[in-house]
Write a protein that binds this ligand. Structure first.
Ligand code: CUA
Length: 317
């Protein structure tokens, strides 16, 4: 809609026009109100100017209809802006089910990206056109912010937790990727390119020669190397809960709470095993804080996600 108009970046995602429309609405509303206020000041200054020295104006007794008018009009306008903005916000921050997943780690000063298939890239992101893509963001150090103006999406990567962001690219092309949170003296260089490819091109790229092991395969290798398998065993009750089929399902904790085993739960259980202990187990697990980085953590989680349910789940009493 705004191609060629230099104030606006290209619009290349499904929400871009919605964001631009509400932005323009807010600008227009502000201009209209400002113009009204200035016109009123000018009109009153002329209309009620002092015409001769010692002039005393007639007393004002107020007007209920006028009070109601200027109380309710802004209220209604604000509620329109609120409702509109909220619906756009929820649409913008709830990835649709079945969105393709990609994992992003911010680090001073680069974006490290891994695809579940095993492709990894730095400061480049390849995605297919016409398909929702969900990014899971983490950071190795400070707060960064993943920002693609052409998609009108921006999300912080925050130490100690996962955040996510999604978009649905509508036009193939190359788009700027920025870090939008000041993160140190090379912050301005922390950016790159998002490549939106046609589906066949994307297929060719993802199965390209540079491809290594999938994230789940790398995660399995770590699972073996770090000795996780000695306690988390599928074939017999071990010292730790069975992990097969645990992802996405409720887990009952020692204190009776039930939580969903999502990425954040798995992440916390690996880094701070004592925080949420599964009912029936004791804290024997050491922390892996400092031993694995965010990318490896994502790989282990990808491996746990890939484990199919096997027999009875002892996390589900
Ligand atoms: Cu990372 Cu600014």
């Amino acid at each position: 809609m705004w191609r060629g108009f230099p104030l606006f970046p290209e619009a290349a995602s499904t929400i871009a026009s919605g964001v631009d429309t509400i932005y323009l609405f807010l600008v227009a509303l502000s201009l209209l109100l400002s113009a009204g206020i200035f016109l009123a000041i000018f009109y009153f200054a002329v209309r009620f100017r002092r015409r001769h020295p010692g002039e005393v104006p007639a007393p004002v007794h107020g007007s209920l209809p006028l009070e109601l008018f200027w109380s309710f009009t802004p209220f209604v306008i604000m509620m329109i802006v609120f409702g509109w903005g909220t619906s756009l916000y929820f649409r913008n921050y709830n990835p649709p089910a079945g969105a393709m997943e990609i994992f992003v780690v911010g680090k001073q000063w680069m974006w490290k990206i891994q695809h579940p298939e095993g492709q990894r890239e730095i400061n480049e992101l390849h995605v297919p056109v016409g398909q929702p893509v969900k990014l899971t963001l983490a950071t190795e150090d400070v707060i960064h912010s993943f920002y693609v103006p052409a998609f009108r999406v921006k999300m912080d990567a925050i130490p100690g937790r996962y955040t996510s962001l999604w978009f649905h690219a509508t036009r193939p092309g190359r788009y700027h990727l920025f870090c939008a949170e000041y993160c140190g003296n090379q912050h301005s260089k922390m950016g790159g390119t998002v490549h939106v490819l046609e589906q066949p091109e994307y297929e060719a790229w993802i199965s390209g020669a540079a491809r290594g092991r999938s994230m789940a395969e790398s995660g399995e290798e770590l699972f073996q190397r770090l000795g996780c398998f000695t306690c988390h065993r599928a074939d017999m009750p071990g010292r730790g809960p069975v992990l097969e089929g645990v992802f996405g399902n409720p887990v009952t904790l020692q204190d009776g709470r039930r939580v969903i085993a999502d990425e954040a739960y798995l992440r916390e259980s690996i880094l701070n095993p004592g925080v949420k202990i599964v009912a029936g187990y004791r804290t024997r697990m050491p922390t892996f804080q400092g031993q694995i980085n965010e990318e490896q953590l994502m790989q282990i989680i990808a491996y746990i996600k890939s484990l199919p349910p096997k027999g009875r789940l002892d996390t589900e009493p």
